[in-house]
Design a protein around this ligand. Structure first.
Ligand SMILES: NC(=O)c1ccc[n+]([C@@H]2O[C@H](COP(=O)([O-])OP(=O)(O)OC[C@H]3O[C@@H](n4cnc5c(N)ncnc54)[C@H](OP(=O)(O)O)[C@@H]3O)[C@@H](O)[C@H]2O)c1
Length: 225
């Protein structure tokens, strides 16, 4: 990935930080965007904290700054997102708006903001993060699964819109091995969960030249689950 610039959103989170580190290890320059503080990789990487990707203005300013400081933008990895579990009977309806904004609107907004730069690179790629839990939603997963199902459709639709120009794919993780999941499910068999590093490898494959023939794919990444 030498000479390439990858943008990682949610770069202050567990998966975002792992993807950013893996991209840097492969030689890419990384644009790191997060609502909070992105991971610090040092070097020539561009760290932009306090960026709300539900809002097009800040998203455009962030993408423009990364392009200006690194000279190009080859791939966008849309990792920003979030999770809430709640039943409809006992839950708060505001969670439906919240998860729509966190999971779908951030991906659509960041993609729109990055698009002119990805097109200019000549072989741009977008990689979204859906969720296997949105293929068949369980109890309490309604708002989350609906927002991630929206990510499936954004991926398919944008892949068609940009065919021959920018590739658009998504990974569908099951449970990622994160400290938060270990805390929430202390009795689970953690060894079956997909590691952030293994998921990062799949995302970087989809975002890189070796996947040049792949677009519109929704790729399950479930480890041993
Ligand atoms: N963990 C799992 O088991 C699992 C399974 C399937 C799919 N996923 C998906 O994988 C992705 C990463 O998960 P994760 O566990 O690494 O989550 P995480 O640690 O919570 O990281 C998500 C990051 O996104 C940032 N973010 C949220 N809203 C944003 C906004 N409006 N603008 C910019 N950045 C924003 C958060 O910033 P703040 O913390 O500052 O809000 C956070 O740093 C998410 O899309 C998630 O839905 C996770």
């Amino acid at each position: 990935m030498q000479g390439k610039t990858l943008v990682v959103t949610g770069a202050g989170g567990v998966l975002g930080a792992a993807v950013a580190r893996a991209a840097a290890e492969r030689g890419a320059t990384v644009g790191l965007i997060d609502l909070g503080e992105p991971v610090d990789l040092g070097g020539a990487h561009v760290r932009l904290g306090g960026v709300d990707l539900t809002d097009l203005g800040p998203a455009q300013r962030a993408m423009d700054e990364i392009k200006a400081r690194t000279g190009r933008l080859d791939a966008l990895l849309n990792i920003a997102g979030g999770f809430r579990w709640q039943t409809l009977a006992d839950g708060d309806l505001d969670a439906w708006d919240l998860l729509y904004r966190l999971n779908l609107k951030t991906a659509a907004t960041a993609s729109k903001a990055a698009l002119p730069h990805l097109i200019a690179s000549g072989a741009g790629a977008i990689v979204n993060v859906g969720a296997l839990g949105a293929v068949k939603a369980g109890a309490g997963m309604g708002a989350y699964a609906a927002s991630k199902a929206g990510v499936f459709k954004l991926t398919e639709s944008l892949a068609e819109e940009l065919k021959g120009c920018v590739r658009v794919n998504a990974v569908l993780p099951s449970i990622i091995d994160t400290p938060a999941n270990r805390k929430d499910m202390p009795d689970a068999n953690f060894s079956k969960w997909v590691t952030p590093e293994d998921l990062a490898a799949v995302m970087l494959f989809l975002g890189g030249d070796e996947a040049r023939a792949v677009t519109g794919a929704l790729v399950p990444v479930s480890g041993g689950v």
